[in-house]
Design a binder for this molecule. Structure first.
Ligand code: GRF
Length: 201
């Protein structure tokens, strides 16, 4: 399988996919890394020929950026598109173009804490648990059917950074396990729900 990865930052989730491939745990290859930030460290994790990055400000509209991004992603002929720390909202046009093959990892126990600053919000809310979710992407932000989640405790004295680090540590195995399910054909999306081995549980 070919996996296109969208990333905006340091790329630790991308690195975990690369490590899984190198270790023979993931029978796939990274088709390309695509970013809205030309300086993103994630881009440095693959060869120059596999990178695409443009500043959204160079485009006349969000749709124009998303169209260029979509063309670049499509040109890499991916089976799956994984948003791993991609920090821009993908427009409906892009989402529809790759519907069913587009997943995201979000650092919260969805449907709790959609959007940004999830760790601070979990602490603020007094949540006893927090975590990460891998879900199919739909036009509504962080609202797609959830494939898998990983939980961590929120500990007394946690600040957002401490909690974020605890969550990040479970994101990596969660993402690897979720992507393995996808490329092994064990999970699929149908009408907004997740099918496991063809069955909706
Ligand atoms: C992760 O916490 C991810 O859940 C969130 O942004 C962070 C990306 O980290 N969307 P990295 O770039 O993969 O290290």
């Amino acid at each position: 399988s070919r996996i296109a990865v969208l990333a905006s930052g340091r790329g630790s989730n991308l690195q975990c996919l690369l490590d899984g491939i190198a270790a023979g745990q993931l029978h796939a290859r990274i088709a390309g890394v695509f970013s809205d930030r030309p300086g993103a460290a994630a881009l440095d994790k693959v060869a120059a020929a596999q990178r695409w990055a443009r500043k959204p400000g160079e485009f006349a509209s969000r749709e124009a950026f998303d169209a260029a991004l979509g063309d670049a992603v499509a040109a890499s002929a991916p089976d799956w598109i994984v948003c791993a720390g991609y920090m821009r909202i993908l427009g409906a046009g892009f989402v529809q173009r790759f519907a069913g093959r587009l997943v995201n990892i979000h650092p919260s126990l969805l449907p709790l804490h959609k959007g940004l600053h999830t760790h601070a919000r979990a602490i603020e809310a007094g949540d006893a648990e927090h975590g990460a979710s891998v879900h199919f992407v739909v036009p509504e932000l962080d609202a797609g059917a959830v494939i898998a989640q990983a939980r961590v405790p929120v500990l007394a004295g946690d600040d957002a950074d401490a909690l974020a680090a605890r969550v990040l540590a479970v994101e990596h195995p969660l993402l690897l396990a979720s992507v393995r399910l996808l490329i092994d054909g064990r999970v699929a999306e149908r009408d907004g729900t997740v099918l496991f081995d063809g069955q909706s549980l």
